[in-house]
Design a protein. Structure first.
Lengths: 562, 562
């Protein structure tokens, strides 16, 4: 270790060593693993965890949220829960002219903690975030609109997994280079040349993580922890509609930093002034910002990629995810699986399929031949049946995050032939919640202009194609032209399976085949599933791989004669 | 292995397995290692290797050089040796509209060879290049102007080392992800969820490697082999003054590819038409080009970084390398070491120091106190003494690659107080060679505008500073404002040493301390020394590290129930 470590930090390294090693192993084997229980059970989180978490969440409402940052000049914030509650939390506004130089000054302190120390601090932050998964779960629920179970899981342990995964990748990349080496070059009969060399990993600068409204922690932790582990202070810029989950996370990070004698503002947060121009573009083009992680709309993602040439930019943008149905050995299982997939969080996942391609000649199944109309109608029925229990419907659908998404559903009903109308549902516990069930339409393959645009929200098409070959060609088009994070396929024909596999590799999209049980195309598991590939227009990076971390630091060497 | 491997390719994998494993180990331990002997001895390369290599080189002169590429529409080439010989070699001109789509089509075949197969093919190419080190050495000598010994070593085995190093990094990065995995998630009392997953590495597209005139192989092989190992066809665009070494290398690669049933044009070469606008800008902005490696001037490097947003761009540009002299325990060793450093290849290395900072109060040495003027004068004398033997001078200095560099020497004599004039020397074997000895001047620290600009060639300043602290501050400025690949320091004061170490880490530049023997600040050893850091303006990447390779490929996954 190149830098002296305090006894306190050394103890933290020891405390988290086995978890770190298990994570390092998990990203190599890619088997199932997690240190963060996904079940919100009293046994895992304590008897009072749910009540405590809800109370903690409520304690933030109508209050000012405190963070430690230089240059605080005011406060702002105007979040409204999609469940119909004004959160009315105010967060600090900072002067970038004071914050960014102070963060720049903090780079050396953070660098000198060293990779092992930074890993321990990151794992301590994640552990504390994990212990507050209920509190963060309620915050995610009331900003994203996710149902509580999903908000807890995707916003809690699964997001923490993605954070730890980024730590593991960053640590792996840094540790490939030894911290010192002896270089001995033989010189024939003469004494060898011997040099002592040291290698120091240094961060690139300040990282900026731009969050989204639908997954305010899941899409924030990877960039935040990838920056931190590789030695970069990080400023989080949450979506104005989903600040609270980020703020709680930043506060926890600041607590751990100060407890370890480090400047709290190594992790900072910047928000927009109420009603004014968003702060993001100004922040993203600042010379001090060397790393940018963005999740959000394609035009702004493309703008960042083209204009922030001072930084390394990692984007996850929009796409058109698709399913190819050729045939199945489990027709009912397929319909059940797709009904859940289309319903979960009202289709507001970046992994939800929008287009389901079925040949006009129909499909072969274990229940005999099914025509195109059979498949389309049966899928609509399956969704309705799945949502017929109001409690389950409310839990799975959650609420529509943004009013514009609800409007989009209404405006889309003329785009195809409606198979299943979107209903405005009344939430059993939140009467003012913005709840909509999925809109499902059928459409002819020649209307590509309609179904190949991303229609964010619970809007899907069953597309009538000429053949499965045609379906595969259209799915490939969607990936290559519009980008996609997921591709699903159903077939019992090995030849078709091979064609789809080749199309997926050629287009560069993750493929899920014949999912009929408890795994869904829109779910991805940290340490095992790569989320996005970085090689189609939906994203220029992947959560997480070596490419996601290796450019966030550099190695500086020093050598002298032994 | 995901793809069927031919018995021929499997044999190649076996043939190169131990060399690959040794390279993978070397980049982790960073001890001295090489499979390519740097000594041009008959024992290592065969009794007739030198004569055969020279004959092979001469056989190209005044001939057309054949490469296998679709779309050949003519030929061009007008290389002139800095040793005063017209090479008059003509190379194919290609229509990009035919070449690039054909290379795009070849991506699948190259991808399907798989990482192991690609590694074996890369190592076979490198082995054959190694066997032709004399031939390539003469080609490097008569394009770059390097003396033969350096052309052989730096253009031969050392360049091959940098190519193999890139292969080892690319292989390491790809192999971090398994080719398949089983994911088993417990479900309490129910059966676990089990998924079979496969992971395929895919290249990003077509790679472009833009070569330079001074190191036509050393600076070309890293990008070329980094692209190849990670699954990308590559087009080499050599500097118009140094095509032959690249052409020979491309031809060897094409031979190995075709012998293994692969399209030769997976490795292609594009050159400029004689006398017309260079082809590089057009090529670099083509949508098919997803990776660009560039070595050359700063303005064009910056242009590539800003304008080729369709590609990942790796640049090595200009810089101002410096030496801080505070004190030394071996004054004569220091002078000898610096005299060689300044003389080698007439200062035309991107690692040669330009500015040597010495306090106006002089330095403490094992031979007593030396004033600023002592140090400046003794260094000038050391250079002259080292070059007093004409044979040695010719061998070490080589020739000046470009007429503009010779002109720059003449135009620089008024920039400071001349300590040692640059002489026009007559080469003992090539009467028309463009040979110049180093120009050494002293200058006051307040003339930063003069000595902080890169003056490419054998032009150096001894800069009179207020103190060693001032010297360190100026060296840091040079790194941060102008970029640097090397920083040297001489001190026997541990406190000063620590300050310089911190300055080097802060600025992001490789530091060499107290070199007085057989290692020189301008030399870097593959597998152990990182060349450039990627965190100062001299370069945005490093040869080689994980960051240099990890973004050249993506991982595409496929999953289904077990």
């Amino acid at each position: 270790m190149s830098h002296a470590m305090t006894p306190q930090l050394a103890a933290l390294v020891t405390k988290h060593e086995s978890t770190l090693n298990a994570a390092l192993n998990a990203i190599k084997t890619r088997d199932y693993w997690t240190p963060y229980p996904e079940n919100p059970s009293p046994r895992a989180y304590g008897e009072t965890a749910n009540a405590d978490g809800e109370a903690a969440f409520k304690s933030y409402l109508n209050q000012s949220f405190a963070l430690e940052m230089p240059g605080i000049v005011g406060e702002a914030g105007a979040e409204v829960s999609p469940y119909g509650i004004d959160l009315n939390v105010k967060y600090p506004l900072v002067d970038l002219g004071q914050l960014l130089p102070a963060m720049q000054d903090a780079r050396k302190a953070w660098r000198d903690v060293g990779p092992q120390g930074r890993a321990a601090i990151c794992l301590e932050i994640l552990e504390r975030i994990n212990k507050r998964s209920f509190e963060i779960g309620y915050a995610v629920m009331h900003t994203s609109g996710q149902g509580f179970m999903m908000a807890f899981q995707a916003g809690g342990p699964h997001a923490q997994d993605r954070g730890l995964e980024a730590v593991a990748y960053g640590y792996t990349a840094m540790m490939h280079t030894p911290q010192s080496a002896v270089w001995t070059k033989p010189q024939g009969k003469h004494d060898p040349l011997v040099l002592n060399k040291t290698f120091t990993t240094v961060g690139r600068g300040i990282g900026l993580v731009i969050g989204c409204s639908t997954f305010p922690t899941w899409n924030t932790y990877p960039g935040m922890f990838a920056d931190l582990i590789t030695g970069n202070p990080v400023v989080v810029k949450p979506h104005p509609a989903a600040i609270l989950p980020a703020a709680i996370s930043v506060k926890i990070a600041q607590d751990v930093l100060t407890e370890n004698g480090l400047p709290a503002h190594i992790v900072s947060m910047v928000i927009d002034e109420d009603g004014s121009k968003p702060a993001t573009a100004e922040l993203a083009t600042r010379e001090e910002i060397k790393l940018i992680d963005f999740t959000g709309n394609t035009p702004f993602g493309n703008w960042l990629e083209s204009n922030c040439t001072q930084a390394q930019v990692y984007t996850e943008k929009a796409g058109v995810n698709t399913i190819v149905i050729d045939s199945t050995d489990d027709y009912k299982g397929m319909l059940r699986n797709l009904a859940f997939t289309l319903s979960l969080y009202s289709g507001q996942m970046c992994t939800t399929p929008q287009d389901i391609f079925v040949s006009k000649d129909g499909i072969e199944t274990d229940l005999g031949h099914k025509t195109f109309d059979d498949v389309a109608g049966d899928l609509a029925t399956a969704v309705s049946k799945f949502l017929s229990d109001p409690e389950r419907a409310a839990m799975v659908l959650g609420a529509i995050q943004a009013p514009v998404t609800a409007e989009r559903i209404e405006n889309s009903v003329t785009l195809g032939t409606v198979l299943r109308e979107s209903e405005t549902l009344v939430h059993p516990h939140f009467p003012n919640a913005r709840v909509r069930s999925p809109l499902l339409m059928s459409i002819d393959a020649d209307k590509a202009d309609t179904y190949m645009q991303e229609l964010f929200g619970p809007i899907s098409f069953v597309v009538k194609t000429d053949s499965t070959a045609h379906s595969i060609a259209l799915a490939t088009d969607a990936v290559k032209q519009h980008g996609a994070i997921t591709l699903g396929c159903y077939t019992h024909n090995e030849h078709i399976q091979e064609q789809v596999e080749e199309a997926a590799i050629d287009g560069g999209v993750a493929l899920s085949s014949n999912l009929t049980g408890g795994v869904f195309v829109n779910q991805s598991a940290a340490y095992s599933d790569f989320h996005a590939t970085g090689c189609n227009p939906a994203a220029n990076a992947c959560l997480s791989d070596l490419a996601y971390v290796a450019n966030r630091f550099r190695v500086v060497q020093s050598r002298r004669h032994a």
